[in-house]
Design a protein around this ligand. Sequence first.
Ligand code: BIE
Ligand code: MG
Length: 212
Amino acid sequence: SGMSKEERILDWVKQHAVVGDPQSVVDAMDVYSRQKEWSMHVGDIKGVIVDKVMEEVKPQILLELGTYCGYSAVRMAHLLPPGGHLFTIEFNESFATIAQQVIEVAGLRDKISILKGPSQEIIPQLKKKYEINSVDMVFLDHWKSRYLPDTKLLEENGIIRKGTVLLADNVICPGAPDFLEYVRNSKRYECTTYPVENIRVNDALEKAVFLG
Ligand SMILES: O=C(c1ccccc1)c1ccc(O)c(O)c1[N+](=O)[O-]
Ligand SMILES: [Mg+2]
């Protein structure tokens, strides 16, 4: 049956990245996506916005929803302040297996924990099972229809606190209209939109700061 697309991406990373060098892993995945097969990671253009928010927030505890092959996990974990940690939730077992190996190549196994399973099951377990009190930043990049219900779960389970920054990919394409409407109209969030006229599609990232 041949290799999956994600296995091809991992193979490319193994052949083109430098072990222990997160930037070379990010660069290799960007080259593969541009020159071989478009892949749904946040990518180099939107990635600059992610980097900027990481430098602003300097999160100690960062939660990612949607690991895929680990591109944004590597890109963000590389920018974590000393002692910082990234927990990333991935529902798809084969994606999680690929991501773990990509993270190994980057040399970031100690900074990243992949939590396998559906976000709606894992979020309520974060406090007790993973000893997470609250998170400083959340990067939403999983199923777009899960952005709003999972944001409400994060609120209800006390995982986000006053000042926690939500950063959501794809709020225009494929789009997360219910999430956008919720955070933009809620008095409990301060929102900023980062539009990107990308090479393929127009999209935007939304930053929503929880006000508690
Ligand atoms: O949903 C898709 C999608 C839909 C159809 C075909 C391919 C991908 C997608 C597209 C761009 C993204 O940045 C992204 O995070 C996703 N995703 O699946 O989470
Ligand atoms: Mg995305």
